[in-house]
Design a protein around this ligand. Structure first.
Ligand code: ACM
Length: 640
């Protein structure tokens, strides 16, 4: 694949030209126009990344002989819809990157870094003309810092990853039942009692907001209300709808705790709270959550029931809609716009509220028709360990969408959501990357340029590029395997886990009870979505037409798997935490042996017992799924 095919997200227009620009030790750059400090810092980061990528000791070149010229007309504002266009012209003597705003230049610099290539004489940038701009203005990643606290370095390296694939919104889920993660001086018991001591100080919040700003990324804070608020009422029980005692919760799941929506003091509290928080978050949008309020505590509180009766509120949603409108009023007075999860979408919700669609696409259509701006997250739940291709095929605005052109403009884009019930700082990158790059392309590139046939090959390329930013999705895999193998050789364990994936969807937390203290160091945590070994085998099977060479490769794979249990069993014996994958390991060897026998004796068919073994191999064990079974079945069918 050439450098242009590998560009991710795919630019709007790429016109390759003959020749290339050599990158030598005197490769220098200059900035023209009205650049501002953000672009100067970005240029420095670019030079460092260029040096790191090439190993060149860059020196300042002769004045006037710059290899790279950056031109912009003005400093961009971090607001919805800001101009992010850029154009890039690379000739054998110079690369010129032009944009209206410095943010556009930042996007173009990421493209340029992805273009760096090499020939026998050294590093080059192939000559090309590129014009590029985003399809959607809202391209986000949400990280949940509430369930499992995520340290600053995790956030920073992921902001770098976001910038590399041109995402522009960091949605920061800061409060939830299990933790209140931001310092408040107005109400210090929120973070003091609502967390385990792991919260962001105001200085740290400002640091992250500034770090994101430097990369052209907006930061939207989420304070989840009125449900998901168990951590609020520990220090401030007067906010609660039910009597205490109010304690910290470590269990995963939706709790009953919900703020009291009928007390004026609740709104007074929230007004002071938001007034304080907006001093930390300059963006014009604030997310108020609004999801998964089961209403049990409201219906169990006679005063709330009485209030509902007096106001003709028939349902919990009616009561919540009152609450939402009051909070909207507060945010409007504070000069902010409100976002909420799709539960806030009710017929009387003012059109200024933005809806984040997560439970299905219905709210996207319904909300857009009602005049709300919409962000799509349904289909982008990366915590559920689904394949990259599944997310990639999820277009916020497919061509057959039943919306008028005017209504379609209400679809702002989308956000990948990294909920943190079962991720740790060690595993979070492997759940975000590289799959989020596929979502980033879906949100940046034109619909017709989102073709999935070479998606995985391109993700392999971007994955290594992302690793250069310090992301740990690749390097932590062998590290985790070493811990699991307790010093023994990891290759047999890797052979197995390369064809296993964590169970998908909510199965992980349905099959087993988790708290925020549960260990996330088991085989299921080391394993990753889109297991590479399984994908390679599936591709071989898909293209196999009886060719001898491919047949040998397939058999070679099967032989390795057939013998793997024998190699892995002593490691499992040595490492008790691996016992839960014993059957999985045995299954892989059993079905691989079976497949080899069938391939080597044409005419041999599976008996009932063997068919059962294949069916059983699909059952999850240790919360892992052997994802190579159906490819083996396909191979056996082809051979017949
Ligand atoms: C959500 O996943 N509860 C928005």
């Amino acid at each position: 694949m050439d450098r242009f095919d590998a560009l991710l997200p795919r630019p709007v227009s790429v016109r390759p030209k003959p020749g290339s620009l050599r990158i030598t030790h005197d490769f220098s750059l200059k900035i023209e126009g009205e650049p501002g400090e953000r672009l100067s810092k970005a240029a420095l980061r670019f030079q460092k990344r260029l040096a790191d990528k090439t190993g060149l000791f860059l020196e300042a070149g002769e004045p006037g002989q710059c290899a790279l010229v950056l031109q912009c007309e003005r400093v961009g504002e971090l607001v919805l819809g800001e101009d992010e266009r850029y154009s890039l012209d690379v000739t054998p003597t110079q690369a010129v990157l032009r944009a209206t705003t410095d943010i556009g230049v930042l996007r173009g610099l990421e493209t340029l870094l992805q273009l760096i290539s090499a020939d026998q004489e050294g590093y080059i940038i192939p000559c090309v003309e590129i014009d590029d701009e985003p399809r959607f203005p809202w391209r986000g990643l949400m990280i949940d810092s509430a369930r499992r606290f995520q340290p600053l370095d995790v956030l920073k390296r992921n902001l770098d990853g976001m910038a590399a694939v041109k995402l522009n919104v960091f949605h920061w889920h800061l409060t939830d039942d299990q933790g209140f993660r931001v310092e408040s001086n107005e109400f210090p018991l929120l973070h003091e009692l609502g967390s385990n001591g792991e919260y962001y100080t105001k200085e740290q919040i400002r640091d992250i907001v500034a770090y994101a700003h430097d990369r052209g990324i907006r930061v939207i804070p989420e304070f989840d209300l009125p449900g998901h608020a168990a951590s609020w009422v520990i220090g401030y029980p007067e906010l609660a709808s039910a009597p205490g005692p109010h304690v910290r919760h470590i269990d995963i799941g939706v709790l009953d705790q919900v703020l009291n929506p009928i007390k004026e003091s609740t709104y007074g509290f929230l007004e002071r709270f938001f007034a304080e928080m907006i001093t930390l978050f300059p963006d014009e949008y604030v997310h108020i959550g609004g999801d998964e309020n089961n209403g049990k505590q409201w219906l169990a509180n006679p005063e709330i029931v009485q209030f509902m009766r007096e106001h003709d509120f028939e349902t919990i949603l009616d009561m919540q809609s009152y609450f939402t409108e009051r909070v909207l009023g507060i945010l409007t007075r504070l000069g902010k716009k409100m976002i909420g999860w799709d539960e806030i979408l009710t017929p009387n919700l003012p059109a200024t509220a933005v809806i984040q669609s997560w439970r299905g696409r219905e709210s996207l259509v319904e909300g857009a028709r009602a005049g709300h701006k919409i962000i799509l997250s349904n289909g982008y739940y990366i915590d559920l360990c689904q394949p990259a291709e599944y997310h990639y095929l999820n277009d916020p605005l497919p061509s057959d969408m039943e919306l008028t052109p005017q209504e379609s403009t209400n679809i702002l884009g989308g956000e990948a959501t990294m909920w943190s019930e079962v991720v740790s700082p060690e595993t979070i990158d492997s759940r975000i990357w590289p799959r989020t790059a596929a979502i980033a392309e879906r949100l940046w590139s034109r619909r017709e340029d989102c073709r999935s046939e070479d998606l995985y090959e391109r993700l392999d390329v971007i994955s290594l590029h992302l690793e250069e930013l310090g992301l740990t999705h690749e390097k932590n895999y062998p590290q985790m395997l070493r811990r699991l193998a307790r010093g023994r050789k990891i290759s047999p364990l890797q052979t197995l886990l390369d064809v296993c994936e964590p169970v998908q969807g909510y199965e992980r937390v349905i099959q087993r009870k988790y708290t925020v203290l549960s260990p996330l160091t088991r085989a299921v945590d080391a394993a990753r979505p889109d297991a590479r070994g399984a994908r390679e085998f599936r591709n071989l099977v898909r293209h196999y037409q009886g060719e001898v060479a491919t047949g040998s490769r397939l058999k070679e794979r099967l032989r390795i798997w057939a013998q793997n249990h024998e190699a892995l069993a002593p490691i499992i014996e040595h490492s008790p935490v691996l016992q839960e994958i014993t059957d999985l390991s045995r299954s892989l060897s059993t079905i691989a042996t079976l497949a080899l026998e069938c391939l080597e004796s044409p005419g041999r068919s599976l008996n009932e017992h063997e068919k059962t073994a294949l069916a059983e191999a699909k059952e999850p064990r240790g919360q892992l799924q052997l994802v190579v079974v159906s490819a083996i079945e396909d191979l056996l069918t082809k051979e017949r």
